[in-house]
Structure formats: structure tokens, C-alpha cells
Write a protein that binds this ligand. Structure first.
Ligand SMILES: [Zn+2]
Ligand SMILES: [Zn+2]
Length: 196
């Protein structure tokens, strides 16, 4: 099915989310403090929604193709155990999240990288997670879909393994090593970027 263009904020990094069938991925909004801290540490807190949520399209790396600007791909971690948070070093746009290893075929795409009018193939919002981390006024944000999210991640992982599409490029090489060394925030940097 369709391909969807994404780009960093300045346009130096461009690519496509490819082969987006219904089972390719699902949209969620994560309100956890770590997602917020990562965006804020990059000076890009405005990519979060008005309640601090990070809108993500959870998929597998095989659906992510970087067409240009790959040299700008960089990686940040909040701690030595944290997720790998891939961003564009040209404009500090958060782009993708992966685990730090290749055991689970998973990647999350930050939806702000896709033009609003091009998002339909990403499907409807299926979950709102860690909503206790929501910021701002307006009462509690409804929490739903967390278990389904985990199940979908496992299903996509298994399908990728069975279909031979479990390559972890563009994030890891054939030996399972990340293509960039992650910069790990210091405790001070992490504390400074953490929302209230
Ligand atoms: Zn950029
Ligand atoms: Zn999160």
C-alpha cells in the first residue's frame, strides 16, 4: 500500500514510511516523562502535543526508509539504560525511538515528521499511554490501549521475523551494532529537561 513522506524540521533529512498496510503499524500518544524529557533536552518541546504527549507511529524498521540526509542521524539516550532516541542533528528534530538492541523488531516514528494532511495511512489513534505524565490544564487525559499496544508490537515483531523483513536498518548494522554512538544525558541535563 501507500508510502508516506517524513522529514526533519529543516528538510535536510527526508524519507518515506513504506508499505504501510493496515498491519504495518499503529498510532499512539505517549505522555510519559521520558518522551517529554527527550524532546525538551533537544530544545524541541514544541513537537509534543498541548498536554505533553508524544505522538508516535509504532512500526518496524523495515517500514522506514531514509532517502537523504542520513549523515544527520544522531542518537540520544536519557540514561545508559534508556531507549535510543534518534534525532536529526541539523535541527534537533526528534525522529524515531528504538530499543538499544536488536532482539525486538521495533521502531517508533515521531508523527510530527509527517505533514498533517499525509497522516491518513498511519491509521487512527489506538492508545494513550502513561497519561499520568500529562502536563498543562484540562483535567486527566484518558488512558487506554496499553495492553493492545504491547500485543501489536509482538505481532509485528513475529511477522517481521517470519517474513524475513526483520532488518534493523537504518538504525543497526548487520552485526546488530547501532549505526551511531548515542550521546547519554548527564544527570544534570536530564533533570534540567524533565517536565514538572
Ligand atoms: Zn533538520
Ligand atoms: Zn513515552
Amino acid at each position: 500500500m501507500g508510502d508516506v513522506a517524513f522529514s526533519c524540521s529543516c528538510g535536510a533529512v527526508k524519507g518515506h514510511l513504506v508499505d504501510l498496510g493496515r498491519k504495518a503499524g499503529s498510532r499512539i500518544t505517549c505522555y510519559c516523562k521520558d518522551c517529554q524529557t527527550a524532546a525538551r533536552a533537544l530544545g524541541r518541546g514544541e513537537v509534543l502535543n498541548e498536554r505533553g504527549g508524544a505522538e508516535l507511529y509504532q512500526t518496524t524498521p523495515a517500514h522506514i526508509r531514509i532517502d537523504q540526509g542520513e549523515a544527520h542521524l544522531a542518537c540520544l539516550r536519557l540514561s545508559p539504560k534508556g531507549l535510543m532516541r534518534w534525532y536529526a542533528d541539523c535541527c534537533n528534530a526528534p525522529l524515531f525511538n528504538t530499543l538499544a538492541h536488536t532482539k525486538l523488531c521495533f521502531a517508533g516514528v515521531l508523527v510530527h515528521t509527517v505533514a498533517p494532511e499525509a497522516r491518513a495511512p498511519l491509521g487512527p489513534l489506538t492508545a494513550q499511554t502513561f497519561t499520568e505524565g500529562a502536563t498543562g490544564a484540562g483535567g486527566p487525559v484518558r488512558k487506554y490501549g496499553f495492553a493492545k499496544t504491547g500485543l501489536n508490537i509482538m505481532r509485528r515483531h513475529l511477522r517481521a521475523k517470519l517474513s524475513g523483513s526483520a532488518s534493523m536498518a537504518p538504525f543497526f548494522d548487520k552485526d546488530g551494532q547501532p549505526v551511531r554512538e548515542a550521546r547519554i544525558l548527564t544527570r544534570e541535563e536530564r533533570t534540567a529537561a524533565r517536565p514538572e
